[in-house]
Design a protein around this ligand. Structure first.
Ligand SMILES: Cc1cc2nc3c(=O)[nH]c(=O)nc-3n(C[C@H](O)[C@H](O)[C@H](O)COP(=O)(O)OP(=O)(O)OC[C@H]3O[C@@H](n4cnc5c(N)ncnc54)[C@H](O)[C@@H]3O)c2cc1C
Length: 269
């Protein structure tokens, strides 16, 4: 099984208080904020590793991100992926979800045949959930979002294969059979990602990370970056925080009495 896992480096939530908004471009200013692997992408990678353990094959990381994200890809390699491809070019900066999906799809076409693409269902920064479905459209393959379980695969005599997956719904799940090649966007219920081991970290240092630019992908720069992004930000601002807080420093019994009195004074009980 040849599996591509899409991994997006996202700003570490522990440093989100240091993030700001660009006044004219209306995008997040991410410079100087440490990155981590988008949490759901760890679940996607874990699932890919489990499939490889069962059926054999190769797990490849695919990421579009600035060059400083190489260390994040090493972390994904340390979990057990075989190799990584980083798509990095100044021309990609400012890409919206459509341009991002277009860039990823051009890379997938060049990387060669695959059976599965696994994505996180959404990121913790952009949180649109657009990229998986758009990528499957660009590639002309089926895509399923909110996948909470991959039950297994049926391999037919004619060489084709089908996956049986469970898609999370509000009240339960829908069971879907879909032909490979297939793109699945996974939710956190699918598995518990493994820890990175010391030997995994050492092995990751020896694994290949191929860096590809816009010209390697033969992408027309006008179709990517801000120029190729139909999303136009009308406005972007930090919401005014109206909440106030007060620290009650008393022994528990007195603190609970004071808190109770404050709630009562505000007419909440
Ligand atoms: C006008 C505009 C300008 C922007 N400029 C920038 C910018 O300069 N720099 C910047 O970082 N962001 C920028 N963004 C945000 C960027 O478009 C999104 O972060 C990106 O397209 C992914 O969208 P998302 O985070 O909602 O991902 P989702 O659609 O929620 O992601 C779902 C899954 O898709 C995969 N995926 C998503 N993005 C990537 C990726 N890059 N590589 C590999 N897999 C991925 C992951 O598996 C992820 O879990 C800009 C957005 C707009 C609208």
């Amino acid at each position: 099984m040849r599996i591509i896992v899409c991994v997006k480096p996202v700003p570490d939530p522990r440093h989100w208080n240091r993030m700001s908004l660009h006044p004219t471009l209306k995008v997040l200013v991410r410079e100087g904020i440490p990155n981590v692997v988008n949490p759901l992408d760890r679940h996607a990678l874990e699932e890919a590793l489990r499939i490889r353990e069962r059926y054999g094959g190769e797990v490849m990381i695919l990421s579009m991100a600035p060059l400083f994200s190489l260390s994040i890809l090493r972390e994904a390699l340390a979990m057990g992926a075989d190799r990584a491809v980083l798509l990095s070019d100044k021309a990609f900066a400012g890409s919206d979800t459509l341009a991002t999906s277009h860039i990823l799809s051009e890379a997938v076409k060049r990387i060669g045949p695959f059976d599965l693409i696994l994505c996180g269902n959404q990121t913790i920064d952009g949180w649109t959930g657009h990229v998986g479905p758009q990528l499957s459209e660009f590639l002309g393959i089926e895509g399923i979002s909110f996948v909470k379980m991959i039950e297994g695969f049926h391999f037919e005599e004619d060489g084709t294969a089908k996956a049986i997956v469970r898609k999370k719904t509000e009240g339960g799940y829908v069971r879907i059979e879909a032909r490979l090649p297939l793109l699945l966007s996974v939710v956190k219920e699918i598995n518990t990602p493994r820890y990175v081991t010391f030997s995994g970290i050492l092995e990751a240092e020896r694994k290949e990370i191929q860096v590809m630019s816009a010209s390697d992908l033969r992408i027309d720069p006008s179709q990517v970056g801000l120029a190729g992004s139909p999303t136009k930000m009308a406005d972007l601002f930090m919401p005014e925080v109206k909440r106030r807080r007060e620290v009650v420093q008393e022994k528990p019994e007195m603190a609970s009495k004071l808190i109770f009195e404050k709630i009562r004074q505000r007419g909440l009980i």
